[in-house]
Design a protein around this ligand. Structure first.
Ligand code: SF4
Length: 154
């Protein structure tokens, strides 16, 4: 089974109430080949919500207690992002997920690039919190930008 970011399947769960619909990913869900999850909603956050970025590192550093997830106004939401990551991992394990397709650049779902914590639109190489946790648990993490090359094998 594949797990995909809810926003890529068209659900309006992004911080600003929008989605990031990818038609191919939506099709996987409609065909029963994929299930959806939004780590931030699973962590207890609401839509809309403040944008948040990882400050002091990336998702691996958050898991190791060396960086934090901070909302634009300064509120520390690290605990909620951690909760969402572990809830997503649990869902993946229950559903025997071996592969995930997560939204790039997100502080939860980014799997190669994330914003750098300055809220100025600058990106750095790194994982979001959920992507880092899933990778540590030997689940293959793709983004909507890389999964197309794997589509024939899904
Ligand atoms: Fe999409 Fe992931 Fe952000 Fe949820 S946490 S809105 S699934 S990128």
């Amino acid at each position: 089974m594949i797990l995909v970011s809810s926003c890529l399947a068209g659900l309006k769960v992004r911080y600003n109430g929008s989605h990031s619909l990818d038609q191919e990913i939506k099709k996987l869900v409609e065909e029963g080949k994929a299930i959806i999850a939004c780590p931030e909603i699973l962590g207890g956050l609401q839509t809309p919500r403040e944008p948040a970025e990882i400050v002091g590192g990336d998702g691996d550093d958050v898991l190791d207690g060396k960086a934090k997830v901070i909302e634009k106004s300064g509120k520390d939401v690290t605990e909620l992002y951690m909760k969402g990551a572990y809830a997503t991992l649990e869902k993946a394990k229950i559903m025997n997920v071996t592969k995930v397709v997560l939204k790039e650049n997100s502080p939860s779902c980014g799997s190669s690039m994330i914003y750098n914590g300055e809220f100025k639109g600058h990106k750095i190489v790194g994982n979001g919190v959920t992507a880092a946790l899933l990778k540590r648990n030997n689940i293959q993490v793709l983004s909507e930008e890389t999964f197309i090359t794997h589509l024939s094998k899904l």
